[in-house]
Ligand binder design. Structure first.
Ligand SMILES: O=C(O)CCC(=O)C(=O)O
Ligand SMILES: [Fe+2]
Length: 253
């Protein structure tokens, strides 16, 4: 998974393609800059670092942050397993390789008019692929999550401060629990303070996403506890690596 961009580049613009309900002809521009990191222990990931002298302490900070998130991830997964009545050791063992993704995001300042006609946004609605996502955000606002009881209705999510963690369920957890936990559909758009289509400028926004994923070789077949006569199995067996590639190929097709 070597990414070929110059070592000096800190921010790399990443555009997801359009969500599935857009036609292939629609192009939804996502105005954002992101950098992704994998675990230092992950042999498949070749992290690219800004030279130490250009950003002293940055690499250590990110690696420590990753490790802290990984420990917390395992605690959260164990707690979720307990709450769901499934074997917590099994849940943890599916995630014990830290084959995760850690993303820092910057959404540049943008005139509100640029987002007004629906051809551009900050991040289009989507679900994350992994098991859980731990999201940190600044106070700018604009993150919204779809209300699972009222499809199509998005509600703003604010954080009391930037250390607060927003926990999203991802597609892999939805599969493992046979839809008992459903993935959170979310997006980032106008902050509540900005009027749509106004002359205002939407301030820049920063966030950090830690995508906790099952080990690549782990089966995403639903746990037996969730397969009952009234809730038949909804998913075929697939491992986390193949599932991720399938999801990515659908995004970019
Ligand atoms: O910036 C955010 O708050 C959300 C980012 C996000 O959903 C993603 O990168 O998958
Ligand atoms: Fe996301």
């Amino acid at each position: 998974m070597r990414r070929d961009f110059p070592r000096d580049v800190l921010f790399v613009t990443l555009r997801y393609s359009t969500p599935s309900h857009y036609s292939a002809r629609d192009v939804l521009r996502q105005i954002q800059e992101t950098v992704d990191f994998g675990s230092p222990r992950d042999e498949l990931v070749d992290n690219i670092w800004v030279p130490e002298e250009k950003l002293p302490g940055f690499r250590k900070f990110i690696e420590d942050f990753y490790e802290t998130c990984f420990k917390l991830e395992l605690e959260i997964l164990a707690a979720l397993a307990r709450a769901l009545g499934v074997d917590e050791d099994h849940m943890v063992s599916l995630h014990n390789k830290a084959e995760n993704e850690f993303r820092i995001l910057h959404y540049p300042e943008v005139p509100a008019s640029e987002l007004a006609d629906g051809t551009a946004t900050r991040i289009a609605e989507h679900t994350d692929f992994g098991s859980i996502t731990m999201l940190f955000q600044d106070s700018v606002g604009g993150l919204q999550v779809e209300d699972q009881q009222n499809p199509g209705v998005f509600r703003g999510i604010e954080s009391a401060d930037k250390t607060e963690i927003i926990l999203n369920i991802g597609d892999s957890m939805q599969r493992l629990t046979n839809d008992t936990f459903r993935a959170a559909c979310h997006r980032v758009t106008y902050p509540p303070s900005v009027k749509v289509g106004s002359e205002a400028v939407i301030p820049e926004r920063y966030s950090i996403a830690y995508f906790a994923k099952p080990n690549r070789s782990a089966s995403l077949f639903p746990f037996k506890e969730f397969i009952t006569p009234s809730t038949p199995c909804r998913y075929e067996d697939i491992n986390a690596w193949d599932f991720q590639n399938l999801r990515i190929s659908r995004l970019f097709k």
